[in-house]
Design a protein around this ligand. Structure first.
Ligand code: AMP
Ligand code: ZN
Length: 480
C-alpha cells in the first residue's frame, strides 16, 4: 500500500510520490528552532512528528534527505543577547547546544544538515534571492530602507492558508504600525539596521541590515535541497505567515512549484491553550526530566496522538506513557527469556503466526499500514499492543517456541526502528546494581520495609525498581 499524507496546500489526503524519477529520494525541510531560549515540549511535539514521518518513510524504503534550519538571528535573539550583554553568537550558542542535547534525549534522528541563518554562505544566498525579487518587481524598498515583498504581485499568495488577500486587513495578524508598506500584508525580506540591533548587521546592496525570518528558510531550503522539495513541515502556527511567505519568495525567484506536500502538526495544549513561551504555560524538556521522567517516556507521550489532533499535556498522560512502556519492556524481556530457552523450540504451532521471512504477518502489516495512512499512530500502536496481548497469551499457555520468540523480537526491532521507544539496555552503574541486589535480598527475606526504602533510594538517584513476574526490573527515570 502506498503512503498517503494530508497536504495542507490541497487540504486532501494524497498518495505520496517524491519528485525523484527513481521514486526513492525524498527532500524534506523542517523549520527548526529559534535559539533564544530552551525549546519547550510543544516545539518538540513538532520535531517528533517529523521524526516519525522520516523514520516511517525510511522504513518504507525511501531515502530521506532532511534539512532543519537554526534561526540564530531575529528580534528575539537580538533582544536576548542585548539583555544578557553578550555577543549574539555567544548568546545563541548555549541554546543551540541545549537543542542538540534535547534531540538526543528524545532519540530524534539528526537531520543531514542544520544550516544556521548567520552563516555567511546563507546570508549571501538570502541577499541573492532578495536581489532577484527586486529585479522582478516582487519586492521594493520602503522609506524606512527595509525591503518588503509585494504580495499583490504574487497571485497565489494566501493559497496555503486558504484565505483572500482582502481578508488580511481585518485579521489583525499583521502589524498595522508599519505605514511604510504598500500593502498591510507585505512582509520584510531585509530589515534595515536600527539602533536596537546594536552590532548585529550585514551589508547589502540596500544598506546595512539583517534578513527577515521568512527569507532565511527559503534560502536555506533551496541552498541545500534545490528549488523543489517533496515535503515541508512545521506546526500549524507556521502556515501563516511563515510558510505562505516562503512559497511567495521561493516561487517568485525560481518560477517552479516549491513544495509538493506541506504537513503541519496541531499544537500541544495546556488546559485548552497552545503551549507557548508568550503565554508562560510551557515546560521545557528539562522541566519534565526533573520530575523523574525519561526521554523515551516524553517521546512516547508526545508521539502517541495523531499529529493533526491537538494533544493536551498532562502529568496523567506522562504516567500512562510510563505504563505503556513498562508493558512493552516486560513483553520484550519475556520474549528474550523464551528465545533463549531451547527446550521450547518444538512448541505446538499457535494461532497468531510469528513473522516469517516470506510472509508479512498480520500485525507487521497492521503496524506499517496504519502509518501509511497519514501516520495513523493510534492504529499503529493498537496493532503493537494487540500483538503484545496475543503473544503474551500464547506464552502464558506455553505455546511459544524459542524460534517463534526470536521472530517476534526481530519484528519488534523493525517496529522500534520507527518508534524508538525500547528500554535502555545500558549496564547499571555499580552503585545502582548494588542497591538493586540489596533490594532483591530484602524481598527474599520478606523485609518489605527495607525493600520500599531501597526503592526510594533508587528513585532519588533516578532509577525505577519495578516488580514483575520475572523478577525485579530496574530502569532509568531521568535522562535518555
Ligand atoms: P518556533 O521556535 O516558535 O519557531 O517553533 C518551532 C517549531 O515548533 C515550529 O514548527 C512551531 O510550529 C512548533 N510549535 C511551537 N509551539 C508549538 C506547540 N505548542 N505545539 C506544537 N508545535 C509547536
Ligand atoms: Zn521556516
Amino acid at each position: 500500500m502506498a503512503v498517503r499524507l494530508f497536504n495542507t496546500y490541497s487540504r486532501a489526503l494524497e498518495e505520496f510520490r517524491p519528485l525523484d524519477p527513481t521514486g526513492r529520494e525524498v527532500k524534506m525541510y523542517t523549520c527548526g528552532p529559534t535559539v533564544y531560549s530552551h525549546a519547550h515540549i510543544g516545539n518538540f511535539r513538532a520535531y517528533l512528528f517529523e521524526d516519525l514521518l522520516q523514520r516511517h518513510l525510511e522504513g518504507r524504503g525511501f531515502d530521506v534527505r532532511r534539512v532543519m534550519n537554526i534561526t540564530d538571528v531575529d528580534d528575539k535573539t537580538i533582544r536576548g543577547s542585548r539583555e544578557a550583554d553578550v555577543p549574539l553568537a555567544e548568546f545563541t550558542s548555549q541554546f543551540k547546544k541545549a537543542f542538540f542535547d534535547d534531540l538526543d534525549t528524545l532519540r530524534i534522528k539528526r537531520a543531514d544538515s542544520f544550516p544556521e541563518a548567520t552563516d555567511p554562505r546563507e546570508i549571501a544566498k538570502m541577499i541573492e534571492m532578495i536581489g532577484t525579487l527586486m529585479e522582478r518587481g516582487l519586492a521594493y524598498q520602503a522609506e524606512d530602507k527595509s525591503i518588503y515583498f509585494r504580495i499583490n504581485k504574487f497571485p497565489d499568495y494566501g493559497k496555503l492558508a486558504h484565505f483572500d488577500l482582502e481578508e488580511l486587513r481585518s485579521t489583525g495578524r499583521v502589524k498595522s504600525d508599519e505605514y511604510d508598506k504598500e500593502h498591510i500584508g507585505d512582509f520584510a525580506l531585509w530589515k534595515a539596521w536600527d539602533e536596537a540591533d546594536g552590532p548585529v548587521k550585514w551589508s547589502s546592496p540596500w544598506g546595512a541590515g539583517r534578513p527577515g525570518w521568512h527569507i532565511e528558510c527559503s534560502a536555506m531550503a533551496t541552498q541545500l535541497l534545490g528549488d523543489q522539495l517533496d515535503i515541508h513541515c512545521g506546526g500549524v502556527d507556521n502556515i501563516f505567515p511563515h510558510h505562505e511567505a516562503e512559497i511567495a519568495q521561493t516561487e517568485g525567484c525560481t518560477g517552479k512549484k516549491f513544495v509538493r506536500c506541506w504537513l503541519h502538526c496541531a499544537h500541544l495544549m495546556v488546559e485548552g491553550q497552545k503551549m507557548a513561551k508568550s503565554l508562560g504555560n510551557f515546560y521545557t524538556l528539562r522541566d519534565v526530566l526533573a520530575k523523574g521522567y525519561s526521554g523515551r517516556e516524553v517521546r512516547y507521550a508526545l508521539m502517541r496522538v495523531h499529529y493533526r489532533a491537538p494533544l493536551n499535556f498532562t502529568w496523567e498522560g506522562m504516567e500512562e506513557a510510563r505504563q505503556a512502556l513498562g508493558r512493552i519492556d516486560d513483553w520484550v524481556e519475556r520474549l528474550r527469556v523464551e528465545a533463549s530457552d531451547t527446550n521450547k523450540s518444538k512448541a505446538p504451532s499457535s494461532k497468531l503466526q510469528a513473522p516469517e521471512k516470506h510472509q508479512a504477518p498480520k500485525a507487521e502489516s497492521g503496524f506499517r499500514q496504519a502509518l501509511d495512512d497519514d501516520l495513523n499512530i493510534s492504529g499503529a500502536l493498537g496493532a503493537l499492543f494487540e500483538t503484545i496481548r496475543e503473544t503474551n497469551r500464547q506464552m502464558d499457555a506455553g505455546e511459544t517456541g524459542a524460534e517463534e520468540a526470536k521472530s517476534w523480537l526481530e519484528w519488534w526491532k523493525g517496529v522500534d526502528g520507527v518508534l524508538q521507544i525500547s528500554g535502555d539496555e545500558a549496564e547499571l552503574p555499580a552503585e545502582i546494581a548494588e542497591l538493586a541486589e540489596a533490594r532483591v535480598q530484602a524481598r527474599l527475606a520478606k523485609d518489605w520495609r527495607k525493600s520500599d526504602e531501597l526503592r526510594d533510594v533508587l528513585a532519588a538517584r533516578g532509577w525505577e525498581a519495578r516488580d514483575t513476574k520475572d523478577g525485579q526490573k530496574i530502569t532509568r527515570r531521568g535522562g535518555a
